[in-house]
Design a protein around this ligand. Sequence first.
Ligand code: FMN
Length: 278
Amino acid sequence: MQFLDVCGLRRSVRFYKTWQPVERDKIQRILEVVRVATTCPGNLQPWRAVVVDATKLAPKDREMLLAADNYQGAHRTAPIWIYWFADPEDGKPQTFQKRVHQLMDVGALASCHGWTHDAIDASIEKGVRSPEGMPEIGGFLHNLPYEISVAVARGETIGACDVACLAAVNEGLGTCLHMIATVDKVAEVKKFLKVPDRWEAVWLQLLGYSAEEPEAGGQRPRLPFNEIFFEGEYGKPFPRDETVVNDLRKEGLLRAPAPKPERFEEIKHLARMFGFPV
Ligand SMILES: Cc1cc2nc3c(=O)[nH]c(=O)nc-3n(C[C@H](O)[C@H](O)[C@H](O)COP(=O)(O)O)c2cc1C
């Protein structure tokens, strides 16, 4: 699919075709996209994922994982559940140090901007000011408390989840992010998935063929462009050129807003089909 079509068609899908399995190659393709396309500071790459085929779960395990997410309707119909975690070890200054060395060694970070192995080591290990041209790494990484590494790992994994959602749409699949579990049930889910204790539960990504019409009832409400984007300073909206808007309509990014006229009828039919209360 074209990139703007992918962006314009991404919806949080809440009804999945329980009868249509997701091909394994499509799941792999999504994970491959996340690995390559997601960016993060210092190339930390703290994201981890455990893919669960819900159709193969023992009933008691399925029950436990659904209960952790309060039995949400979308969760019950999605055939694939991807559990996204963040590894705080990959949010630590030492990992930053290692990965930035690697970025220098492959020519991504250039010495003409001041990047040297010694400068990185001195800034991270001793808090020495970075040479001009480099970010002031020592100022924010030296003696960084572990809680900040946790927050960094989580934040970057959230970005990976967004990439995963777009990659899913590109494969013709529906997707939606949920919380993995309520706070009291996170430990049980982690234990079941056998993930290391230190991993932070981030989001659960539902995956499957959408049972909703392709536009899932239209594009969901968004804040007005001029209330969120500014030029030069806050209060001066970035001008929105109508020619660009019209081009983006033709190119598939901007589509009919929700609710499309037939949406509530569609939901009623979906509810009946899946046995949800109408
Ligand atoms: C991190 C995250 C968690 C979410 N959790 C839920 C959820 O538990 N249940 C649900 O129905 N939708 C959930 N959503 C979907 C949002 O409600 C949805 O993204 C929002 O309404 C905008 O709609 P759109 O994604 O279709 O554009 C979640 C979305 C994100 C990004």
